[in-house]
Design a binder for this molecule. Sequence first.
Ligand code: COA
Ligand code: MG
Length: 290
Amino acid sequence: MTVDTYRPRRSVLYIPASNDKALAKLGSLACDAVIIDLEDAVPPADKAAARDKVAGILANREKRCEMVVRINPLASEWGADDLRAVAKAEPDGILLPKIGTPRDILEAGDLLDDNSVPDGVKLWAMVETPRALLNIGAIAELGRDPASRLNCFVAGTNDLVKATGVLADRRYLMPWLMQLVLAARAGGLDVIDGVANDFRDLDAFAGECAEGAAMGFDGKSLIHPAQIEPANRAFSPSAEALAEARAIRDAFARPENVGRGVIALDGRMVERLHLTQAEKLLAKAAIIGA
Ligand code: COA
Ligand code: MG
């Protein structure tokens, strides 16, 4: 994602579509995006009613945070009806769970096109199956196709643990998560880290956010409002990073450095690629601050 199209996705909160009390909080939450969930958080008996409710919520939304709806898998008995009903209400994104191949994204895109859904309705994809991880390069490549609506990956770490049998410990998920970040960058997509289930341990959560930011994720998926503030903090440029970015920008602006490709700054080599990075960081901070 280029700087001029940057929109913060530091904190992406799941809200079960069947939880009215949680949904009532929508207007007061400081998260960058919400994912209203029709999938795992909603029991089968409630799925149809939840779907109808989501359309109403979207119709009355304020534009402050991005609104995404996670539908049921297209192959399930609810998926296609979910997609059609949700698309009519034009959310910012529709999140597809349990994808495995590029075809899963293309099929959803075709359904949206066939129903004349505006291009502004993007597709987000859960990466939570072994197949999706094995096909991740080809899936991410769709991000380069202007006709594809694919816009963002979300790591589904709970399902990955379940599907692989790996111990529920980030150490073992690390190679897959790093591969996911790499693929997202190759495709020009945003990528959101998985949830932390233990929502009462905010110290551990802050550590996991810092780790996710260091790994290159754009933000964290959240399950509880208490997680919003630490995620926003961890995925915003730090004061130190901003000070360094300003120093680099100012150094290249000095008359003696204007035409130079590489300079020394406080005993370190700084190249023009660092200037580009610095300008990007400053632009992001300005958008977050605004
Ligand atoms: N979004 C918005 N509000 C939420 C919320 C969420 N995800 N989770 C909790 N809240 C609200 C509660 O409704 C409660 O409101 P109140 O103060 O008006 O009573 C308040 O925050 C405090 O909630 P708390 O009592 O601490 O938690 P809980 O026991 O009600 O709920 C969970 C805990 C985990 C069941 C709940 O946070 C949840 O359902 N999270 C999302 C799960 C999900 O979507 N999973 C699928 C994707 S992984
Ligand atoms: Mg899942």
